[in-house]
Design a protein. Structure first.
Length: 178
């Protein structure tokens, strides 16, 4: 069984940085991962459909957390994976200032699995990260204890570890928005 030590666990409406990023319990959610020159920064968006020109409330808050975590660093590529029928990958890319040609998306809803964990691993500069998934019931993860000083600290990813069964890859399934 694959074992991940020092994984960054990104739960609903949180943002985290590191590699690998583990997004648990996708049932209507989408993970947005900014590939930076030497790391990944990702956020876990809950089902909050983008309304017209402005993001819905939870989408905007999660987007703000992602932007703050990126902190003006260069985004080489954007990877959006999840139940994208509930979100708008093109609008998310535009909000982050990423050209559609540098954005890959995959609607994991096509897999017809009710609840998934998605794991994204940094490979190297200029390379799309490895994206894998597993049925949630076959994933065990634990967050390490951490100090919480503010309400915003609760909305940051948490370091931890995870054990999974054999993972399924999504590398060839992505489509460019451009």
């Amino acid at each position: 069984m694959p074992q991940f030590n020092n994984v960054m666990i990104v739960t609903e409406e949180t943002a985290g940085e590191g590699s690998p990023l583990l997004f648990p319990k996708f049932s209507s959610c989408t993970g947005v991962v900014a590939v930076l020159p030497n790391t990944l920064v990702g956020a876990h968006f809950t089902m909050d459909i983008w309304a017209g020109d402005q993001p819905a409330k939870h989408t905007q808050k999660t987007l703000d957390r992602l932007v703050a975590k990126i902190n003006d660093r260069q985004i080489d590529r954007l990877v959006i994976v999840g139940f994208n029928q509930n979100h708008n990958p093109r609008k998310l890319a535009n909000a982050l200032g990423v050209a559609p040609a540098a954005c890959d998306a995959y609607d994991i809803g096509r897999k017809n699995i009710a609840e998934l964990t998605v794991i994204v691993t940094f490979i190297g500069q200029g390379v799309r990260p490895q994206v894998e998934y597993k049925r949630q019931s076959k994933v065990n993860y634990n967050e390490y204890p951490r100090q919480i000083n503010s309400l915003e600290d609760l909305r940051q990813g948490a370091p931890g570890d995870a054990t999974t069964g054999k993972l399924h890859g999504l590398r060839k399934h992505f489509v460019a928005l451009g």
